[in-house]
Design a protein around this ligand. Structure first.
Ligand SMILES: O=c1ccn([C@@H]2O[C@H](COP(=O)(O)OP(=O)(O)O[C@H]3O[C@H](CO)[C@@H](O)[C@H](O)[C@H]3O)[C@@H](O)[C@H]2O)c(=O)[nH]1
Ligand SMILES: [Mn+2]
Length: 761
């Protein structure tokens, strides 16, 4: 395939982002934390319980910081060179890639968003006869199917248009946000206008069909399968929406598009997205059996046309090395619409850090997997040349073991054998496999097989982290490619309730891993590197909510109770330097990524809120699950199309301030769920303490009052109020931006209790 002459430049290189300055600052902060704790130990006998509690909380913060330092010590990323790939590998020798798009709810995930994702994939700059796109619909919605069918018609205009004019962003909604440049040549203008008209027609059709369900009644046979189907009760539906029969790789061709909806029955576990991914793995195995698979969420469009080539650079370079160990290539998750700055931040510091150890964590979208690895191989199963070892051949390819692992479908087993042995499937019509695809979509198909222990791993609503750690435990590495502009862009739910709910699912999902076979706290003989294991300690994130919650009411407690919280005299310098340094450091890192002071503040605030609501409640979720009282569900995040008025500038890096609607944070959405009680409680307690402090100050009118707490503890309260500002605002707002009275009353009751107990003795 690729020319192996060693004089050639590599297709991809590892770039180190090691920085001695960052390491020094990290270590200084660690040193300050140590000094603070030492000071606390030395003066433990002088102060009361608040001192001890602060000590305990800070010990946890120190532990977290220590892990963060270990994890981001040697950041790195891979830089692919698609041009070199184009020079060296002929299109016709490029490997096949299957692309998976899961969707689950036509209301929370409007079909036009799914359609845009699919179109962006169909139009990727990669030989069309090497691509196939599979959409899994857990909502079993005729509307989604209808939209995809219409989209496949539009694709015949869109794909050639993109390729002819080398369009960079191939999601039409995004492309048409930019106005036409009238200096362009007239043929282009004509094509542009025609394509835009067709796209608008498509949008209208989808919109009309959304509003009115009567069209379904006189729709043709194609829709028969959907009659009487309920999202949670229906048989498997497999529809080849478009088959690229000619398949020679011509620019005008549109890749295969297949719609599937696996069988669902009320009492049958379906494992949410994880189950959908495993079904996609099986169906695609039957139909196209590509050695590589791209997985994007239904709202994550490809923002860069050559993204597949970028990933192939990594895989093909890896396959030239003596040990082929790269299991997946992860592109960072970037978003076009919301407060995800902290995520960009985490990805560029912590994410790159992990990438420099064994490889990034698979984060559920924007990721290319190798099929063989997903079929359960570990690095030990391969010879140096990449073929199966003798032991693995015996273990994996024996007939009864194949059936036990992958299920009873003969066709599937055959395709698995081909995949494991890296043989390509002979070209054949997709429609020949419909029956087999229906069989492997049966809701009992996975019973008594290893699905869920191979493929995407079951046992957590955080399917991504769960599957990721499983792969790293088997010795594989992964690769982090972070191009600018980002390769994929998705949507994040609006700030407030939706974010809190989503973060709760994430925290619960990763906490579930603690009780799985993949827990980072067990299996010490597994092939995961030590620091990589440490990185996975973030599955404990829920527990962090406890010290965060305590710490945010501690200053208030100290003010009310007249206890000392922070060191006195010159040693107060330790705390002040620590806080000042941390703020400056994180702010500077934010600004380096192109974000503003305001966005830094918002992100600090949002994460304190998430910690004391989402993470806190995820502990409850886990406990209820362990007690068998309730199950953990997957609440689908609500997706919205970005506002068309928001104009994007292609030339600017996309993670900057421009993509973030600034007004959002002022519009923090609340509802009456108990998720908002802790935040309301925190704000009320701190306000009460500050009020008491002011009264006391006026009372003693300048004379020195007590010597326990004082000005510095009050500063602590002010900081907490600033961090929980959306709640302060929410106290006075109405409608969805206001905190409901019921929540305020509950929190006020708790506050009164807290104040009375604190003032107590
Ligand atoms: O029963 C389900 C539920 C969800 N999905 C799909 O899963 C994807 C992710 O769901 P979303 O509601 O957008 O969740 P996010 O929190 O945005 O997703 C992140 O977090 C999830 C784990 O909690 C991961 O699975 C995702 O890949 C990751 O992007 C979407 O395409 C859904 O259509 C299904 O296919 N079936
Ligand atoms: Mn999402």
């Amino acid at each position: 395939m690729a020319d192996s002459s060693s004089s050639l430049l590599p297709l991809c290189e590892k770039i180190s982002h090691k920085s001695y300055v960052l390491r020094t600052v990290d270590l200084t902060i660690l040193g300050l934390l140590f000094s603070l704790l030492s000071y606390r130990i030395l003066h433990m006998s002088q102060y009361d319980n608040a001192w001890l509690v602060a000590f305990l909380c800070e010990s946890i913060f120190l532990f977290i910081w220590l892990i963060i330092i270990c994890v981001k010590w040697s950041p790195a990323e891979d830089k692919p060179y698609p041009n070199r790939l184009a020079e060296r590998v002929h299109d016709h020798d490029l490997p096949l890639v299957d692309m998976f798009v899961p969707t689950a709810d036509p209301v929370r995930e409007p079909p036009i968003i799914v359609v845009n994702t699919v179109l962006s994939l169909l139009a990727l700059d990669y030989p069309p006869n090497k691509l196939a796109c599979y959409v899994s619909d857990d909502g079993c919605s005729p509307l989604t199917f209808f939209s995809l069918r219409e989209a496949s018609k539009f694709a015949k205009i869109w794909v050639p248009f993109c390729k002819k004019y080398n369009v960079r962003v191939r999601a039409p909604f995004r492309y048409f946000l930019n106005p036409l440049d009238l200096t362009d040549d007239s043929v282009f203008i004509k094509d542009w206008e025609m394509t835009k008209r067709e796209y608008e027609k498509l949008c209208r059709k989808v919109e009309d069909a959304t509003g009115d369900s009567h069209w379904l009644e006189d729709a043709n046979d194609d829709f028969e399968a959907f009659s009487n189907a309920k999202p949670n009760d229906h048989s498997t539906i497999v529809k080849v929406v478009w088959e690229n029969k000619a398949g020679v790789g011509d620019e005008k061709e549109v890749p295969h598009l297949v719609y599937v909806s696996r069988e669902k029955r009320p009492n049958c576990l379906h494992h949410y997205k994880t189950g959908a991914m495993n079904y996609l793995l099986r169906v695609s195995g039957l139909m196209t059996n590509a050695p590589y698979m791209l997985n994007v969420d239904c709202d994550m469009y490809a923002n860069e046309a050559d993204v597949v080539r970028q990933a192939m650079c990594v895989f093909l370079q890896d396959s030239k090395q003596s040990n082929h160990h790269c299991a997946f290539v992860q592109f960072p998750q970037e978003f076009y619409n919301a407060y995800t700055i902290e995520l960009s931040f985490l990805q560029s510091y912590i994410g790159r850090g992990i990438a420099g150890i064994q490889g990034p964590i698979y984060c559920g979208s924007g990721c290319f997997h190798t099929r063989r690895v997903m079929y359960g191989l570990s690095t030990d199963d391969l010879e140096d040349n990449g073929s199966l070892s003798l032991v693995a051949t015996r273990e994996f390819l024996a007939e009864e073991s194949l059936v036990r692992k992958y299920g009873s479908s003969k066709e599937l087993v055959k395709s698995v054998v081909h995949a494991l042995q890296r043989k390509s499937n002979p070209q054949s019509n997709l429609t020949n496999f419909i029956e087999a695809a229906q069989e492997v979509g049966h809701c009992h198909y996975e019973n008594q097989t290893s699905w869920g222990n191979l493929g995407w791993l079951y046992g957590s609503v955080g399917d991504d982290t769960n599957t990721s750690i499983g792969i790293h435990m088997r010795g594989w590495t992964s690769s982090f490619v972070s191009p600018n502009p980002p390769a994929f862009l998705g949507s994040m739910p609006s700030v407030g309730l939706e974010t809190i709910v989503q973060q709760r699912r994430w925290a619960t999902g990763v906490a579930e891993i603690l009780f799985n076979k993949q827990s980072p706290f067990i299996g010490f003989r597994r092939k995961i590197k030590f620091r990589q294991r440490l990185a996975y300690f973030f599955v404990l994130v829920s527990l962090r909510s406890i010290p965060e919650l305590i710490y945010s009411v501690l200053p208030a407690y100290c003010l009310l109770h007249n206890s000392t919280l922070f060191p006195k005299g010159p040693c107060l310098g330790i705390t002040v330097t620590l806080v000042g340094m941390y703020c400056q450091y994180s702010l500077w890192q934010f600004m380096r990524l192109g974000f503003s002071l305001q966005s830094w503040y918002v992100s600090q605030s949002l994460w304190r809120i998430v910690a004391t609501s989402s993470w806190l409640f995820s502990i409850q979720d886990i406990i209820l699950k362990l007690l068998g009282i309730s199950k953990i569900g997957f609440v689908i995040a609500k997706k919205t199309m970005p506002d068309t008025k928001q104009v994007y500038d292609e030339s600017k890096p996309s993670q900057g301030e421009d993509d973030v609607p600034k007004s959002d944070f002022g519009k923090f959405e609340f509802d009456s769920s108990s998720l908002f009680i802790p935040g309301t409680f925190i704000i009320l307690v701190n306000l009460a303490a500050l009020a008491e402090f002011l009264v006391r100050l006026l009372w003693s009118s300048g004379r020195h009052g007590r010597d326990g707490s004082g000005f510095i503890e009050a500063c602590g309260c002010v900081m907490v109020v600033l961090l929980f500002f959306p709640f302060l605002k929410g106290l006075f707002e109405h409608g969805k931006y206001g905190i409901p009275l019921s929540t305020i009353s509950k929190a006020a009751f708790l506050t009164v209790l807290f104040v009375v107990l604190s003032l107590g003795e």
